[in-house]
Design a binder for this molecule. Structure first.
Ligand SMILES: Cc1cc2nc3c(=O)[nH]c(=O)nc-3n(C[C@H](O)[C@H](O)[C@H](O)COP(=O)(O)O)c2cc1C
Length: 301
């Protein structure tokens, strides 16, 4: 997720739940083609994150071809094509979920990317653009399968829905029945109990927003699916060592950018704890790891 699932956060998730398959933030295929310095930094990852999937967005098949080859040369473990992002500036350039409106182009991008690399290529998509149309949806996903896509991740909302309303999982189960390739469901997984309930015949569950401030949810889900028990840390005091480790990794890997991005993670970590609003104001303005440590020292006394 853009602005969240950077290398530091992925390392934290993997530490808690090693079975998680992490995907990078969406990365511009055009930016990779032109070797933009900032874009290339998004490709950095730590060995502990494996298997690490790099998500690309764009609209030009030949740029996806080159980008997939760069991703392979960087020794990532897979490529994912973004056909799910609803952000106005993304769909305005025919990127992200706008590709769902042009099946020929979407298929060409899928086919070209698959041909370009030995890595498995997956797609992340929504159930539709303006609305869910069963026939259109089934035709599209069959074309993806025929193009050689290795697995499909489906968010049960249309683009017009953005993030509102409830995710509709029926098209996701239908996709699983229709295709031979693995299908992973996404949308509104907020607990291990819901993850287990939603999994049904699917090959996996993708969790998004519920990981904000709560990477432990991935460990809970992993344990629940394995029939084991996992008790996440309850008090903020118990959570602090991991939060500080996250902050340290973020700052080490991306300096000031890491620090700035960490601010919203810090706000998410303390949400719901007594006095959160008072400390939130300070945490979203921190300027160093030392300052973060001092604020947490204050919180727990
Ligand atoms: C801030 C934010 C950034 C996101 N960035 C991406 C992204 O880069 N790539 C992607 O495929 N989905 C992205 N998503 C969508 C999520 O992956 C997911 O499909 C969506 O949030 C629904 O799942 P959830 O209910 O578990 O959050 C983003 C969502 C949010 C809220």
């Amino acid at each position: 997720m853009a602005g969240y699932t950077d290398s530091a956060f992925r390392q934290i998730v993997k530490k808690l739940a090693p079975d998680t398959i992490c995907i990078t933030e969406l990365i511009s295929a055009d930016g990779i083609k032109f070797k933009g310095k900032r874009t290339m930094e998004y490709l950095d990852f730590d060995e502990s994150e494996r298997p690490l999937i790099v998500q690309l967005f764009g609209k030009k098949p030949d740029f996806f071809q080159e980008a997939a080859q760069v991703v392979e040369a960087q020794k990532a473990d897979g490529v994912n094509i973004n056909m799910g992002c609803p952000a106005r500036k993304v769909i305005g350039s025919m990127h992200g979920s706008a590709l769902l409106t042009d099946p020929n182009l979407a298929e060409e991008i899928a086919r070209t990317t698959v041909k370009a690399t030995k890595l498995p290529v997956s797609i992340k998509m929504r159930i539709g653009f303006k609305e869910y149309d069963k026939k259109y949806f089934l035709d599209l996903i069959k074309r993806f399968e025929q193009a050689g896509i290795e697995s499909l991740i489906i968010h049960g909302r249309t683009t017009s829905q953005g993030f509102s309303g409830e995710a509709d999982w029926k098209p996701i189960y239908l996709a699983k029945k229709t295709l031979k390739i693995p299908v992973i469901g996404n949308g509104d997984i907020t607990s291990a109990k819901i993850a287990k309930k939603r999994l049904k015949n699917l090959d996996g569950i993708m969790v998004g927003r519920a990981t904000f401030g709560n990477p432990w949810i991935m460990a809970e889900i992993q344990a629940t699916l394995e029939g084991k028990k996992y008790t996440p840390p309850q008090s903020l005091e118990e959570k602090i060592p991991l939060i500080l480790e996250h902050a340290r990794l973020a700052i080490e890997s991306k300096d000031r950018k890491g620090l700035l991005e960490m601010r919203k993670h810090l706000a998410a970590y303390i949400k719901g704890f007594p006095g959160a609003s008072k400390f939130r104001g300070k945490l979203v303005q921190v300027e160093s790891l030392k300052e973060i440590e001092e604020i947490f020292d204050d919180i727990i006394v």
